[in-house]
Design a binder for this molecule. Structure first.
Ligand code: SAH
Length: 372
């Protein structure tokens, strides 16, 4: 509702400050967090240990709203994708990946993305807006409501859905604070991962403000290729990115590792030579490597490498001493795999025009994923 403050967007500090502004003690903020996240209460009238006048003030000025679910798709492999209404004809996607003993939620941080990585279909739809913190937390609330029917909850969160989290850090920071807070979701800092295409100032801000896990989408061992695949590399080249990664790893301490993500694209970045170059580049960094075979989408112009090529790349990294995971593709039948998330909207063309005008550049002509 317009004008009302959505309490899902407030971390503990902000929640305490809200109550202090109303002339109350900070502990009222903590009480509120417990009502919301431990009791799952979203009706202020039922929060009976708050003063009556405060409850009234909340009813008039606050809300607890999560985005509306427009579509809910379940994949044959158990992956669940929700399409959420982000307002003003905008839609974002959230993906739940259930695995043995854990439930990972892949959360979106922006509506679209402005980084335009050449192999990512989210990038092809352009950027519409930042999500507020409440809509980032709201994705977790929705997934937990779904999982509670099975007596389960979200155990891991990765900010690897739509958008670049470090270009919306003012919302991502409070949202991740809520994920970590014992008064809210209480997820371990090792199980909340911010993934970035390499926004160096954002990584520097993380050093000052959080200690969640960090994944960096590298995708190329040299600047020439990375400029092409991940255009933000022109602004923050590999050497600067590696320095920022070093700072973050030092900040994490206690032997925690950074995650390097590398999408393998046939004939582009998947040669043995490039694997060796990557091993050399990453030598000074305490990291593990996540390989993601490219997930095709119509009009991408790229292909997934043969399994033998993927195996050769992985083996080279492992022989160089890196823990190297191969990310198996999940939810392909519902377009929920990495880089396949697009906010499908009816008037996408119009929205692209608006976006193109905003950027002052040509309307993207790339073929987007087929409508379902
Ligand atoms: N902007 C952030 C988070 C979103 S992307 C980032 O760049 O890290 C999450 C991961 O999926 C990134 O590593 C991204 O490079 C990868 N990805 C994007 N498109 C892909 C595709 N088509 N196939 C495989 N991985 C892809």
């Amino acid at each position: 509702m317009t004008g009302r403050i959505n309490l899902y967007g407030l971390d503990r500090n902000a929640m305490e400050a809200l109550f202090v502004e109303q002339g109350l003690q900070p502990f009222r903020g903590r009480q509120m967090m417990k009502w919301i996240y431990h009791q799952g209460e979203d009706n202020f009238a039922r929060m009976t240990d708050l003063p009556r006048t405060t409850r009234q003030w909340l009813e008039d000025n606050a809300c607890l709203e999560v985005p509306d679910v427009v579509a809910h798709n379940e994949s044959r492999d158990g992956t669940v994708k929700w399409v959420l209404d982000a307002g003003e004809d905008n839609y974002v996607e959230t993906v739940l990946i259930p695995e043995k003993g854990r439930n990972t939620l892949c959360v979106s941080s922006q509506i679209g993305c402005m980084l335009d990585c050449s192999f990512c279909s989210t990038g092809k739809q352009g950027f519409s807006a930042n999500l507020p913190a409440s809509a980032i937390v709201g994705q977790l609330v929705l997934a937990n409501r779904f999982l509670s029917q099975r007596g389960e909850n979200v155990t891991n969160v990765v900010l690897m859905g739509m958008g670049e989290p470090l270009l919306n850090y003012d919302a991502v920071l409070p949202a991740t604070n809520v994920m970590l807070d014992d008064l809210a979701f209480g997820i371990s800092k090792r199980r909340v991962t911010i993934s970035t295409a390499g926004v160096v100032p954002g990584i520097n801000r993380m050093v000052e403000s959080t200690d969640v896990a960090l994944a960096v989408s590298l995708h190329a061992p040299d600047d020439d290729l990375r400029n092409e695949l991940v255009p933000i590399n022109r602004k923050y080249p590999i050497s600067e990115l590696m320095e920022a990664c070093q700072r973050y790893v030092r900040h994490l301490g206690d032997r925690r590792k950074l995650v390097i993500e590398y999408t393998l694209i046939h004939g582009v970045n998947d040669s043995l030579e490039q694997a060796k170059q990557l091993a050399k580049l990453l030598r000074p960094l305490r990291c593990k490597i996540n390989l993601i075979p490219f997930n095709p989408f119509p009009g991408s112009g790229y292909e997934r490498p043969d399994p033998a090529v993927v195996y050769r790349f992985q083996t080279c990294l492992m022989n160089n001493g890196y823990t190297t995971m191969l990310r198996t593709t999940r939810g392909e039948d519902i377009d929920a795999a990495c880089g396949q998330l697009v906010g499908r909207v009816q008037d996408r063309t119009r929205r692209q025009e608006r976006y193109a005008r905003k950027l002052g550049r040509e309307i993207p002509t790339v073929q987007l994923a087929a409508e379902s």
